[in-house]
Design a protein around this ligand. Sequence first.
Ligand code: SR1
Ligand code: MG
Length: 410
Amino acid sequence: MTESTYHTLDAAGIRSLISGVPVVAGRLGGTPDLWRVHEVSDGNLNNVFIVGGPAGEVCLKQSLPYVRVDPTWKMPLDRTYFESEWLRAVRPLVGGLTTEFLHFDPVLHVLIVESLSGHTVYRSALMRGVDWPDVAPRIGTFIAHATFGTSLLALPFEDVFAARRDFARNVTLTRITLDLVFDHPYRDHPRNNWDEPELTPLVLDIRSSAPTLLAVENLRRRFLSQPQALLHGDLHTGSIMTTADDTRVIDGEFALYGPIGFDCGMFVGNLVLHYFATPDATARSATIRDIAAFWTCFHAQFLALWNRDEAPPAGTLRPLAYGPAAHTAQLAFLEEIEADTMGFAAAEVIRRIIGYAHTADFDVIADPRQRGACRAGALAFAYYILDHTAQIRTLGDFLRHLGEQEKVGL
Ligand code: SR1
Ligand code: MG
């Protein structure tokens, strides 16, 4: 008999749950005794399992009442609900660039989606040294379609307001981002950590730079007060599963209405981390190419959606002006997203180096001194971007400065 209250699932519980969900059981085929359950939990927050049967596989994710990697850090269970809602909202907009939604259980806080066991986490693929030039532009396409399609540019304001109300309840994970990205790294906090003492003078410089702190305050305010579109909210390279030919954005549990440049910036920031973790000039050039291709694709697709010929749905905001001035106004909105992208990217780099949640990118560097120097290079770059917000005005400027870092830390 299935229990009717929340409990963390083991293999037997998973078989029992799925046997009551025909759409999932049918996908696995056979009977529950034939289903293999394999735990693949990898992220910071949840338990994740791959379940396979004679006919196919699914992926099952269950919220825990705490942070998976730190059980003393208690958490409510609602994050799989927000991930389900995010998936249901964006999947029709982005098609095969995310996973297929199969089932959500509101008592067990379980989300079941299509399995991607033939795909690799993008961060792991980058660390292995693959060069898949189509992945970054696909992420540009993903963000353009997911954000345009959930914004006031594509939906009646009544629908946008209803979605904002729903995702505005995702306060626990929004609080995590606010604290871990925009607050703790800029002061002494027990959750901050870095291994290399040589980073400490740089950290103290960052914390005493008024332009940098004001730039972070501005980003923090924009993160909370610019509900432009439904964001993924944590779009780092570990939230992407890919092959050379097929790319999926997963893990939308941090979803919220916010500034579009936040998703762009998370992605760009994680490519910047990869850049500094790669002591190889060819791979570094490929990363600069990828960031440029991402932005070019996002920009072109967002504009194309805005200017498509088909009539917008009834109730959406009717354009009041056309012609060159209207086009200039569209470009100005994209410049605002571009400025946000650079700022959020820099904030993401800083928190991944000195904050609570680091990334694995630098683990590929065996020599601790070289690893420290590469981390210092990334930190110095992000500091420069925030400290020179007024001078670094375009992503071209950002990438030119990145390209000048060849010698930094190596
Ligand atoms: C306690 S959660 C820490 C980090 O992991 C997630 O993936 C988010 O990036 C969050 O900031
Ligand atoms: Mg995640």
